[in-house]
Design a protein around this ligand. Structure first.
Ligand code: 3HC
Ligand code: NAI
Length: 698
């Protein structure tokens, strides 16, 4: 008898229950167990109907992703689907939690489906670089119509149980999945309902057969966003096959596309990223059972670009915020920006019309730092100057309640120095959000030398509560993300001084899959801030200085490395910039020369890997996967390349170390020499992945 699937009989109803925590993933053992129980129920003459439900927090959340590398197991999976669909006795799926991927596909071969009100149903395979591989692309269009099916399959986003009921994906909403499916099974028997096999019901396909634009339009917006990804296009093709081909042929097409994707590099990288993100949530080096502190109110100091965005994130999650500024004027401006942002997203339909008012009611704007008194967590987001930050921490020590977690959103500065300004350094840490903070999901949680474990866990827990992806990092200049990105930007600047144009350099980066190149990003951030600090420090960056002297401060000025027309954010190459670069190079006596795209990519990306290796060597980052998560969620690294450290393993560390040493000589830049961890791994023929297993084992 299966250990993970149980069969019971309540008079004429057989109840099959899957119990494979945490998410009832369809491992080979679960599949085998369900098949065994279904066959036993069919063979039992006392059984008239069967229910399929799950114990624990959710219905089956999909195939077991850890088993994908151990293919083939397709035939057992197909036998199971066929056994359920062809059962002469009605089978009812009872859904709670999330019915996802193979879990929903299993429910789709059942003859009936019921779900509790807060259940979610979806086919998220595309997010793993796959498409549904158990008939989902053929049965879902037959269940809900090809338009909604296309949207669900190509985006991978689930729908609610109420929507599922409206579109015919489930038959009924129930109070509880197990008792509800049992009651529904009895109703099916009493009413002698015919068994509904979705494969035989093409009634909902007719409209899309007559008007192909139904599918084309449904997938267009999603595939437009899917730059570089293979799976969304394959998913769209499979849904088209559901409309164009008989069921069996559509199924064949789905299998063919699935097989190609599952063995491909993109899906492997995306599956890696899925687990890296989950690993990153596990904080190492703290006593087991460490509990977060209770946080009921948050105070944010500074209502500027970051403070406003951070405040919005907390308010969106229903956590009240005290937003503190140094003057009425600044406060008003900050509150106005937040309101405008919420109103803009309501106007786009992203949030309900009454949400802006509700969210604004969560924000209590105040002048004066003494108003931090009630907060359990304080995040400072004032100017990036150590003297200002230190002053803030002295005041926090005076006014914040005992036990409040005190966080800095600094991009680069040393958290230990801020902590040492207080008599409670154990409560101090960094919460480094990325801009725009209400949108970007990454939050680097900076663990300072004296940060208490429960303060750290509080920050991690809270970041998750506001839908951010927290990654714990150590103190260093720029932490993980900015420290690595700076290496790329330094090399991009050097290329500029060799006569390569900003648009050529940016194109290499965007073609690689990042959403933006270094110069478009500089324009977005604004060039004037860095220019002013360079002037303060007596440092020169001749091309950027010349741009600033010409008033080209970036997007906000309508011109920077690019020009921007009519308030648009689209960067347009500007002949004036070309002229300005050429003049600067002439003045400096530099001869422009062409650099190939491959060389540019290597010269910008390999130093990023080198910096990542140093971060691991110094223990600033715990796992290579953590660094990858930082890049995926902080800078939009293309998920189909896993993350920089994963990508480096695919390229081969040997090659990267060799090329870095080569460029160090060629460009006379000792900072490009491979660091010792990289050299050691390269010499041993190993990848960063071997370090990940070392951390896990520890
Ligand atoms: N396979 C293996 N492990 C899985 C898994 C899966 N499908 N889904 C989740 N897990 C694991 C996670 O790795 C994590 O393990 P850990 O605790 O050791 O780190 C644990 O389950 C809990 O996961 P989360 O931390 O993500 O828990 P949440 O409650 O936040 O989210 C969830 C639950 C919504 C189910 C989320 O885990 C999820 O989205 N899972 C993936 C669902 C998915 O992609 N399904 C499709 C799989 S592909 C497929 O079915 C192919 C088919 O068409 C043939
Ligand atoms: P900003 O200049 O937009 O906002 C800073 C705000 O702090 C101003 O509104 C100012 O009035 C207020 N302020 C200054 N001193 C104060 C005091 N004593 N009391 C109350 N309010 C005070 O700056 P921005 O961009 O929001 O940056 C804030 C912090 O976040 C900096 O440390 C920065 O490095 C960091 N950061 C910035 C990012 C960005 O892209 N802008 C990204 C990530 C972090």
């Amino acid at each position: 008898m299966s250990k993970v699937v149980k069969l019971e009989r309540r008079d004429v109803i057989a109840i099959v229950t899957v119990n494979n925590p945490p998410v009832n993933a369809l491992s080979a053992a679960v599949e085998g167990g369900i098949l065994e129980c279904i066959n036993a129920a069919i063979d039992d003459s006392k059984v008239m109907a069967v229910t399929l439900t799950c114990a624990g927090r959710t219905f089956i959340a999909g195939a077991d992703i850890t088993e994908f590398d151990k293919l083939p197991k397709a035939s057992a999976w197909n036998d199971l689907l066929a056994a359920i669909e062809n059962s002469p006795k009605p089978i009812v799926a009872g859904i709670h939690g999330t019915a996802l991927g193979g879990g929903l596909e299993l429910a789709l071969v059942c003859h009936f489906r019921v779900a509790i009100n807060d259940a979610k149903l979806g086919l998220p395979e595309v997010k793993l670089g796959l498409l549904p591989g158990g008939g989902g692309t053929q049965r879902l269009p037959r269940a809900v119509g090809p338009e909604l099916a296309a949207r669900m399959i190509v985006s991978g986003d689930p729908i609610s149980a109420t929507e599922a009921l409206k579109f015919g994906l489930i038959d009924e909403l129930v109070e509880a999945s197990e008792t509800g499916s049992e009651a529904f099974a009895r109703k099916v028997l009493a009413e002698k309902r015919p068994l509904r096999k979705l494969r035989d019901d093409s009634s909902k396909l007719a409209a899309a057969k007559a008007d192909r634009s139904i599918i084309t339009n449904a997938v267009a917006s999603m595939t437009r966003r899917a730059r570089g990804l293979e799976a969304p296009f394959a998913a769209a093709e499979a849904v088209r096959a559901a409309v164009d081909l008989p069921f069996e042929e559509g199924l064949k097409k789905e299998r063919e596309l699935f097989r190609k994707l599952v063995g491909g590099d993109q899906s492997k990288a995306q599956r890696y990223a899925f687990f890296a993100e989950r690993e990153a949530k596990k904080v190492v080096g703290i006593p087991e059972g460490t509990k977060p502190r209770l946080v009921e109110r948050v105070a944010i100091i500074g209502a500027g670009t970051m403070g406003g965005g951070i405040g919005m994130s907390f308010a969106n999650a229903g956590i009240p915020v005290t937003l503190i500024e140094m003057g009425e004027e600044q406060l008003k401006r900050g509150m106005r920006v937040m309101q405008k942002n919420w109103e803009a997203s309501a106007a786009r339909g992203g949030i309900p019309a009454d949400a802006p008012a509700k969210c604004m009611a969560m924000i209590n704007g105040m002048v004066g730092i003494e108003n931090v008194r009630d907060a359990d967590l304080v995040i400072e987001a004032v100017f990036e100057m150590m003297a200002v930050k230190k002053e803030i921490f002295v005041q926090l020590d005076q006014f914040a309640k005992p036990g409040a977690v005190l966080a800095s959103n600094t991009s680069y500065l040393n958290i230990d120095e801020m902590a040492n300004e207080t008599k409670r350094p154990q409560d101090v840490l960094g919460m480094h959000f990325f801009s725009p903070a209400n949108v970007m999901k990454l939050c680097e949680i900076v663990r300072a030398a004296k940060t208490a474990p429960d303060a750290l866990v509080t920050a991690v827990t809270l970041a998750r509560k506001i839908a951010k992806v927290p990654v714990v990092v150590g103190v260093c200049d720029g932490f993980v993300g900015n420290r690595m990105l700076d290496q790329r930007d330094k090399q991009a600047q050097k290329l500029l001084f060799e006569g390569v144009l900003p648009q050529q350099i940016d194109a290499v980066v965007t073609q690689f899959g990042l959403p933006m190149g270094p110069f478009a990003m500089s324009d977005l951030v604004g060039l004037d801030g860095a220019w002013r600090s360079r002037k303060r420090m007596g440092i020169k960056s001749e091309i950027e200085d010349a741009l600033c002297e010409a008033g080209r401060f970036g997007q906000k000025a309508g011109k920077g490395y690019y020009r921007y027309e009519g308030g648009s954010r689209a960067p347009l190459p500007d002949p004036e910039v070309e002229k300005l670069i050429a003049e600067t190079l002439r003045r400096l006596g530099r001869k422009p020369h062409a650099v190939g795209d491959d060389e540019m990519l290597e010269r910008m990306m390999y130093p990023v890997i080198n910096a990542g290796a140093l971060i691991l060597e110094e223990g600033i980052g715990t796992r290579p996967g953590d660094i990858d998560v930082v890049w995926l969620y902080g800078f939009g690294w293309p998920i189909y390349r896993g993350g920089p450290m994963y990508w480096a393993d695919q390229v081969g560390l040997n090659r990267i170390a060799d090329r870095l040493a080569f460029y160090a000589k060629k460009t006379n830049d000792p900072s490009l020499e491979p660091v010792s961890l990289l050299k050691r791994l390269a010499a041993e023929g190993k990848g960063f992945a071997t370090l990940a297993s070392a951390v896990k084992a520890a």
